[in-house]
Design a protein around this ligand. Structure first.
Ligand SMILES: Cc1ncc(COP(=O)(O)O)c(C=O)c1O
Length: 417
């Protein structure tokens, strides 16, 4: 496929061409950029710096192969049959143990297994949203979350938490739920401070608004120490009791082991877990028993902790390599902060009129794919920034990608070049 064919496109408006009923209206308001990112790996010669994709060499292939073979041999009825909607009971127990802390008491009833993080987002939308209701979202927002909720046509209030005037109470008040990625946010890579976490938690308790804490990147910290989770801060108001508060914590094995497992979890009040189970029945009935068993065995064998140092070393070096290459090739056009964790550098155009939707076309022609800011904004209006991934490619490809991006800027400035 030529790179230009992989460009993001608006889905054409679904007018009736035949006697068949038209597609639902929300399809004409979306874009298929995530498909572009997922397909970009297969475009020959293209350097994909768009998606949040892990380095496949970090996957513990031999260990997972052995665990998978054991699971099929030793647990065939369970891994090859249907399972409970809430998830494999032993995996729920293991996750409850993993996330319990001094302040946070979790039981199996607090834990729900999902077909990875995206399903958590989808089900949260299903159980909480009536059409047109308000979501308060950390801004800019993970595009997968916007995609998950689009069929419900929500309205959005931007949580601009870096603004010194940010007032968490009025930001959450009246919203059906609030959505945040406090650890190394997608797309900006930012770490939300403890003070802001506490303010959001206090506001959730006072307003009664659900506070969704989406945490796929929490273990990917390269400098400094991890900050407390909001669900832990929330539990401090009622220590020792099984968690029943307003925080809905979501995690996934996608960035910690391998996204192909499609295993994630939601940790929340038991009533919330019950609602999710009802919604999952209409989605996929249950998460694959095989990958849940693999996840359980991997957690019990300490595989996550075993591979984490290599993952952190690899990604820390790649972050540094990308930032060095950007300083060399892109500092005339872009400014950015070095992220302390996660998978992305968020780079903002020095020129306020930069249009990164246009830049992407030149970037694809130059052989590099990055994510334009418009897709992280429910209105599509933010055109000035780029999200650049540093985890998938090694240092030399990252340097080449930065060079190609510089060429794209030059081509945009002077189309005859
Ligand atoms: C913020 C955020 N939430 C959720 C997900 C979903 O990941 P998965 O469905 O692979 O668990 C991602 C993936 O990149 C993400 O960045």
């Amino acid at each position: 496929m030529p790179a230009s064919q992989a460009l993001p496109q608006r889905i054409p408006s679904m007018t009736q061409q035949s006697q068949r009923p038209a597609f639902a209206g929300w399809l004409s308001t979306t874009n298929d950029i995530t498909r572009t990112f997922l397909a970009a790996n297969r475009v020959p010669g293209l350097i994909n710096m768009a998606g949040g994709l892990p380095e496949p060499a970090t996957f513990p292939t031999a260990e997972l192969a052995a665990i998978a073979a054991d699971a099929v041999r030793d647990h065939a009825p369970e891994v090859l049959g249907y399972g409970p909607a809430e998830g494999l009971p032993e995996l729920r127990d293991a996750l409850a143990r993993r996330f319990s802390s001094r302040d946070l008491t979790l039981t199996r009833e607090n834990v729900f297994v999902t077909s990875a993080g995206m399903q958590g987002l989808d089900l949260v939308g299903k159980v909480l949203l009536e059409p047109g209701q308000l979501i308060a979202c950390q801004y800019p927002t993970y595009l997968g979350a916007l995609d998950a909720w689009r069929p419900r046509s929500p309205t959005y209030r931007n949580l601009v938490i870096d603004d010194p005037a940010f007032d968490a109470f009025s930001a959450l008040d009246g919203a059906q739920f609030a959505y945040t990625v406090p650890n190394f946010s997608n797309p900006t890579g930012k770490l939300v401070s403890v003070e802001t976490r506490q303010a959001l938690v206090d506001a959730a308790h006072r307003t009664g608004t659900w506070l969704v804490e989406d945490d796929p990147y929490g273990t990917l910290h390269y400098d400094g120490k991890p900050l407390p989770r909001m669900i832990d801060l929330s539990a401090r108001t009622n220590p020792g009791a099984p968690y029943a508060g307003p925080v809905v914590y979501m995690g996934t094995l996608s960035k910690e082991i391998a996204p192909g497992l499609r295993v994630g979890w939601v940790i929340a009040a038991p009533a919330f877990i019950e609602a999710l189970a009802m919604a999952k029945l209409g989605a996929d009935l249950c998460t694959s028993g095989l990958t849940q068993r693999i996840a359980l065995a991997a957690i019990e064998a300490g595989l996550l902790e075993k591979i984490q140092p290599t993952i952190l070393d690899t990604y820390r070096q790649r972050r540094d390599a990308l930032c060095a290459a950007m300083r060399e090739h892109l500092s005339d056009w872009l400014e950015w902060e070095v992220p302390v964790g996660g998978m992305f550098v968020w780079a903002v155009g020095r020129d306020p009129s930069l249009n990164t939707d246009d830049l992407l076309k030149h970037a694809m022609a130059a052989g590099v794919c990055v994510a334009p800011s418009s897709v992280f904004d429910a209105t599509g209006m933010n055109r000035r920034a780029l999200r650049i991934n540093f985890t998938l490619n090694d240092a030399s490809r990252l340097a080449e990608g930065a060079k190609r991006l510089a060429r794209a800027f030059e081509a945009m400035r002077d189309p005859k070049k």
